[in-house]
Design a protein around this ligand. Structure first.
Ligand SMILES: Cc1ncc(COP(=O)(O)O)c(C=O)c1O
Length: 461
């Protein structure tokens, strides 16, 4: 909540700061300053209660793909609420709208998959993946195969298991996590983590070697699954080297380790293809999706499960009597209607092609800043990108965190009407709504250019 600027606090702001516990927010900061109260949205913009408008350069939390005023989604929700506001999928029942969503989602599947399991958030989908991998191995008679390989800076959510899988400490400290047996390996990010003399090739070799050594140390018979975002999002927008996933997948195959692709951010268009699985030629056993599945207009997430996993689950179900997992709101009809309409809009409006067209405009615009004295690296793909600030770009040396350079940038960008996010302090993340056009991208880039210069003046003080 570093960017606010409210002086006269409204009633909404006062009530909220006294009684609402905000996710991923300093409690003291909201108590002192109050929240930014958002009242409406229009395309790629949101408005606060004083009427100020902001371009949402992050689509909220990497999620509002169709922006903030898509009436067709509101209509779909309303129609479904009138027809059948709630029913569940327990005990072999199903709301009809869910069957339509299943058919549509199967048509989008980037690799052959057998079934979908629904949940309500990205965290829940990864939590379910964690449970399903255990269930699967128990059901097929390999109870010792239980450990997960997960990466530093990976973000998989905040349920207990999803937090444990995540490699970001802020979500674990004081919570007594991790649970389960998690083998932590490095994230692929040459700029920050390559040693001074390493080439991209020798850096990649080291990452692969680390995974191979971890498997040899723990014993492949104890390792169940590897989980990865195709592009690490919340950990810092990290694009893997081209040979990373091919080599990782070879190792997984050799050691019979399942692959969970966390496509909660990348699923449905963010990277310029419908899925990261297509961008990086992945062969996952489980794909988790959320966010852009409904363009964030309704809470819904899902797991794509392949034939092999489903065969194991069937065995478990035969043994126990049923598949003992699910939520009251798994496949909620209103959320399903919104997701179905979202996917239909993606098709009807050619949103995937649109991202292919405008993504390069954002990427080229961001790369303009490579030579700026504050910029260490610019990276991105499709409609996701990052500018990593550095005290000494040539040496890839970051600013000391206490200097708060990223926070300063965010505040000034906010003052000029642009909302972005700073990760690990000084990685500026960009993830605008998929519907953004070139003029709106230029607005983001122009504000970024001005604020980079302003930040440079402040740093040089
Ligand atoms: C890659 C990834 N996985 C999982 C999650 C968790 O999703 P949710 O916040 O919907 O629980 C997120 C959230 O940002 C994410 O980026």
């Amino acid at each position: 909540m570093e960017c606010r600027g409210l002086t006269n606090r409204s009633k909404a702001s006062r009530v909220d700061s006294d009684h609402h516990l905000h996710p991923y927010t300093s409690i003291r900061q909201v108590e002192n300053d109050g929240p930014l109260v958002i009242t409406k949205g229009e395309r790629v913009r949101i408005f606060d209660e004083s009427g100020r408008s902001f371009i949402e350069g992050m689509s909220g939390l990497w999620c509002a793909g169709l922006g903030f005023s898509e009436k067709r989604l509101a209509d779909a929700a309303y129609r479904q609420m009138l027809e059948l506001p709630y029913y569940h999928s327990f005990n072999g029942r199903v709301p009809r709208i869910v069957t339509e969503l299943v058919e549509e989602m199967m048509a989008w599947s980037p690799v052959p998959m057998e079934r979908l399991l629904f949940a309500n958030s990205g965290s829940e989908s990864n939590d379910a993946a964690y449970k399903i991998v255990h269930y699967y191995n128990n059901a097929i008679g390999r109870p010792e195969k239980k450990k997960f390989i997960a990466r530093d800076k990976g973000y998989h959510g905040t349920t207990a298991a999803a937090s444990a899988l995540s490699g970001i400490m802020a979500g674990k400290t004081l919570f007594d996590l991790p649970i389960g047996a998690i083998i932590r390996v490095s994230c692929p990010h040459f700029y920050q983590y390559a040693h001074p003399r390493e080439t991209p090739q020798s850096y990649s070799d080291r990452l692969i070697d680390e995974i191979e050594q971890a498997i040899a140390r723990e014993g492949p018979e104890t390792i169940a699954a590897f989980i990865a975002e195709p592009v690490i999002g919340g950990g810092g927008v990290m694009i893997p080297p081209p040979d990373y996933f091919p080599r990782v997948q070879e190792i997984l195959k050799k050691n019979d380790i399942l692959f969970i692709a966390d496509e909660v951010i990348s699923g449905f268009g963010r990277l310029g293809e419908p899925f990261g699985t297509q961008v990086f030629d992945l062969k996952p056993d489980i794909i988790t999706v959320a966010k852009m599945l409904s363009s964030a207009y309704a809470p819904i997430s899902a797991l794509y499960l392949n034939e092999r996993i489903c065969a194991g689950l069937r065995k478990g179900s035969d043994k126990v009597g049923y598949f003992g997992h699910g939520y009251t709101y798994s496949g909620h009809p209103m959320a399903a209607a919104v997701a179905l309409e979202t996917l239909r809009i993606y098709r009807a409006d050619g949103i995937m092609d649109h991202v292919r067209r405008v993504g390069p405009h954002l990427q080229a615009g961001l790369r303009r800043f490579v030579s700026h004295p504050l910029v260490g690296e610019v990276r991105g793909i499709g409609l996701i990108g990052a500018i990593e600030l550095a005290e000494d770009p040539a040496q890839r040396k970051p600013f000391p965190p206490e200097k708060g350079v990223g926070a300063f940038f965010l505040r000034r960008a906010f003052d000029r009407g642009l909302i972005l996010r700073a990760i690990q302090g000084d990685i500026l993340a960009f993830s605008p709504p998929l519907i953004i056009n070139e003029e709106e991208i230029d607005e983001i880039l122009d504000i970024t250019a001005a604020v980079l210069d302003e930040t440079l003046d402040w740093v040089r003080g």
